[in-house]
Ligand binder design. Structure first.
Ligand SMILES: [Zn+2]
Length: 216
């Protein structure tokens, strides 16, 4: 579908996957294909693309500039909150600077991949919703890393977030105490975009609600 081809020309997601052996292996039995040749228009100029069930292991995600990719047969009971989560990601795409200022205010700062050990960077699961700015540190120190559980048989859904301590130069399985005090045991601690997509999904109806939250 040309809209997915256009998305690839913007984010180069699958080119980046192709350049990374473990991410390629994790997707080698998947096919990234839309089920229909049309998209379903949704709120605020977004479009829903129905993907086959193996695309990104059936995990909903977004692609630029406005595509929400949902797997075929997604459970109706989880649809509303999941679409709201994906809408937050579209808002993050549309207002990246605003979101980055918000993350900074909340205690996050960006990390260049070159500041991290290559062996950990290369083993992280690539996520279409964070691929342009994959690494952030909490409190100028702790970087969450979504690492594949098994390097020999990587599965997209089998990832454990561990934490790279920039100060001590070590990786630890436990989230830092200050993070737990702020976010509790968050279901998706891998990236601030995911943390806030999870937080906001049950609270928002539109971009008005998101903007309000960001300017609290
Ligand atoms: Zn997400």
């Amino acid at each position: 579908m040309y809209k997915l081809r256009e998305a690839e020309q913007i984010d180069h997601f699958f080119r980046k996957v192709a350049d990374n052996p473990i991410n390629s292996l994790a997707r080698d039995t998947h096919s990234y294909l839309p089920v229909y040749n049309y998209t379903e228009p949704w709120i605020e100029q977004t479009e829903i693309v129905t993907m086959n069930t193996t695309a990104e292991a059936g995990m909903p995600h977004t692609r630029p500039p406005n595509l929400i990719c949902m797997p075929l047969y997604f459970p109706e009971s989880r649809k509303k909150e999941t679409l709201a989560h994906e809408f937050v990601h579209i808002h993050q795409r549309r207002h990246t600077d605003k979101w980055n200022r918000f993350f900074q205010k909340e205690g996050w700062s960006r990390v260049d991949p070159y500041e991290l050990p290559d062996k950990w960077v290369s083993q992280c699961r690539m996520n279409p919703d964070t691929i342009d700015q994959p690494f952030w540190q909490w409190k100028d120190r702790y970087v969450p890393l979504p690492l594949f559980e098994r390097q020999d048989k990587p599965q997209l859904r089998q990832v454990i977030v561990s934490w790279y301590d920039m100060e001590r130069g070590i990786r630890q399985p436990e989230a830092p105490r200050s993070f737990l005090e702020r976010y509790g045991s968050a279901p998706q601690p891998e990236h601030p975009r995911e943390l806030y997509a999870v937080t906001l999904a049950p609270l928002i109806q539109s971009s008005v609600d998101i903007n309000e939250y960001l300017s609290r």
